[in-house]
Design a protein around this ligand. Structure first.
Ligand SMILES: C[S@@+](CC[C@H](N)C(=O)[O-])C[C@H]1O[C@@H](n2cnc3c(N)ncnc32)[C@H](O)[C@@H]1O
Length: 334
């Protein structure tokens, strides 16, 4: 094969849009589950998934070509390591993101406005869907609930580590800014019975958050509001977790300034982020483009957060690194 042919083949693979949509359609139609459960022929799959048999046969042909399924005998389908990975419960969040019938696709379609994002340096979501992500999130219950569940799924990983590794002994109250439904706060309060706290998030999140926080027996409340406005004051620790990445530098600094104003004199502001580390370097650029196109935000290094914090009047006291890219940056008022 000439290098020209290899280059052309690589280019074709790079720009193929059929495959991501074919995989998302398979997820929406639950084809991996059906094949796993013994529904393996094209006809049986068409019947079980309520699809057009000819069109489904064409979809399956492509899914076999790209390795989602194997077809050892014509018309008979089998799982491959790829579809087995898709069915793995550890990938349940990814699976729901890939569901072509779900809000994950709406979020990913922001990529179709990438040219706009690159030209303007702002989010593409509004250009594609008619209103920016957070406005849509406030209006669209399904999108908000999907996003909240996805975020809580991550918080179940980061929360226990934050609870275990930060020294909470001197604190008595914690405010989690942009705390969503309260999963992270619940992990911290669950591990430290002397603490009480509050999760501040947009008012639309209140029903799910209150239902969830009720489990903490009155030790935590939900506060509806915006982190661009003055925050409830007097907490010893203000957590801002996985929020700053959603915003460009000027907005992220405004949020940090609100956190600095709200924390007590000797208190701490904890910036919690999950960074794509060196071993994920290949993906880091992809996450960064996702932050840009979806939200107008950006991926940052720990030292970038220090610079934003300094602009908000905060000085860094400590930096803790955990599993899977977790970084906790501890700041106090300067
Ligand atoms: C990426 S999620 C992070 C959730 C949570 N802190 C965590 O670590 O899992 C961002 C959160 O910011 C909230 N949010 C967005 N705009 C906000 C605003 N202006 N004021 C307060 N919260 C906001 C969203 O509702 C969402 O819960």
């Amino acid at each position: 094969m000439t290098s020209e042919t290899t280059g052309t083949a690589a280019l074709a693979a790079l720009v193929d849009l059929a495959t991501p949509f074919a995989v998302r359609s398979a997820v929406a139609l639950k084809l991996p589950e059906l094949v796993r459960d013994g529904c393996t022929t094209t006809d049986a799959l068409a019947k079980a998934s309520g699809t057009d048999p000819d069109a489904l046969a064409r979809l399956l042909r492509h899914l076999v070509a790209v390795g989602l399924f194997a077809e050892p005998v014509a018309g008979e389908h089998e799982l491959t390591p790829v579809s087995e990975a898709l069915l793995d419960e550890r990938n349940a969040l990814l699976r729901s993101w890939l569901d072509a019938d779900g809000p994950g696709l709406k979020m990913d379609l922001a990529y179709s406005g990438m040219l706009h994002a690159v030209r303007t340096g702002t989010s593409a979501y509004g250009a594609v869907h008619g209103r920016d992500f957070w406005a849509d999130y406030r209006e669209d219950d399904r999108l908000r609930s999907f996003f909240g569940t996805t975020m809580a799924g991550f918080a179940w990983q980061t929360g226990p580590e934050l609870a275990a590794r930060h020294d909470w002994s001197a604190a008595s109250s914690v405010l989690d800014v942009g705390g969503g439904t309260g999963a992270l706060l619940a992990a911290v309060l669950g591990a430290h019975p002397h603490l009480r706290g509050a999760a501040l998030d947009l008012p639309e999140v209140r029903p799910e958050a209150e239902e969830f926080l009720a489990r903490l027996g009155g030790r935590a409340e939900f506060v509806g509001g915006s982190y661009f406005d003055p925050l409830p004051a007097g907490h010893d620790v203000v957590i801002v977790s996985r929020v700053l990445t959603d915003w460009p530098d000027a907005d992220a600094t405004r949020i940090l300034r609100r956190c600095a104003e709200a924390v007590t004199g000797g208190g701490r502001v904890l910036v919690v982020e999950v960074l794509a580390g060196a071993e994920h370097a290949k993906n880091n650029s992809s996450f960064d483009l996702q932050s840009l196109t979806l939200l107008g935000g950006r991926e940052r290094r720990p030292e970038d957060f220090d610079a934003l914090a300094a602009a908000a009047g905060l000085v860094r006291l400590d930096r803790l690194e955990g599993a899977n890219g977790l970084v906790v940056l501890e700041y106090a008022r300067g």
